[in-house]
Design a protein around this ligand. Sequence first.
Ligand SMILES: NC(=O)c1ccc[n+]([C@@H]2O[C@H](COP(=O)([O-])OP(=O)(O)OC[C@H]3O[C@@H](n4cnc5c(N)ncnc54)[C@H](OP(=O)(O)O)[C@@H]3O)[C@@H](O)[C@H]2O)c1
Length: 284
Amino acid sequence: MIVITAASGKLGTALADAFKAKSLAGQVRLAVRSPDKLAARKAEGFEVVAADYDDPASLKAAFAGAETVVLISGAGTNDIRTVQHHHAIEAAKAAGVTRIVYTSATNPVSASRFDWAKAHEATEAELKASGLAWTILRDNSYFSNNDLLFANAKASGVLPFPGIDAKVAYVSHEDVADSIVGAVTGAGHAGKVYEIAGDEAWSAVELAALLSELTGKEIKALDVPVSAFEDQFRAMGLPEWVATGVGSFYAALGAGEYAATSGDVALLAGRPSTGARAYLKAFA
Ligand SMILES: NC(=O)c1ccc[n+]([C@@H]2O[C@H](COP(=O)([O-])OP(=O)(O)OC[C@H]3O[C@@H](n4cnc5c(N)ncnc54)[C@H](OP(=O)(O)O)[C@@H]3O)[C@@H](O)[C@H]2O)c1
């Protein structure tokens, strides 16, 4: 049995779809805070159970009888996330799980401009010392993080970004999901760290040029300070820790921390990563 935590999110949804596409739904248990959200998945053959990262007993029960847990990283400040991931690792040990497949992030080091990299660094270290088998997938930036920017660019003619020449090896949620399925079902992935980054990388200048071509309207990239992004997040009503945390993510992108491409999506998913042209077509 394979358990997926945080199964109601965008990645959890793509991952359940990817297992279903391989006719593996019957081997997958979706663990989620509110099982009602995923009730329809039962008809597809999945088990659906309750599990909250803040409730260790719920995790232990959700992991009972499982061989593999896909631990999708949580949401919250570094302290909260690190404790939540600790709860999941301890529950996996208690439930007799063999391997955890963890979704980390690119450049998970304290020195990263991305503040929440610290939680990934701490969880990777805890996993490696846990005595369990593990596989770590370090996810690059999702294309969809920029969906609002792409949609607005068509109307305004401007694609704002903090560091418009910095390349980012974006991936789609489907790239990450298909890579996880490969890491879970394939042999020889225990004890491995994979870089789930695109096999190409794009700067905001290049994305603006692609959007111009696809929309037939001139769109220019505009360098803006990270503080402008943070102000925008505050204006959207996001709490301060989210505004600065996501701001720090864009600071890392704009400084080139997410530029390195990788062949690991092709290795695990058996197909190339999603290209920018294919992703941006939806915005044309
Ligand atoms: N690489 C990137 O660009 C990038 C971008 C954003 C996030 N991330 C990370 O990747 C993860 C998955 O991304 P996503 O796009 O699927 O995020 P998402 O759509 O925001 O989903 C977040 C998921 O976390 C669950 N969750 C939150 N708190 C929880 C708790 N205490 N216990 C159990 N589940 C909890 C949510 O459950 P509910 O439905 O109950 O709220 C939801 O299923 C995120 O959580 C984050 O750590 C990566």
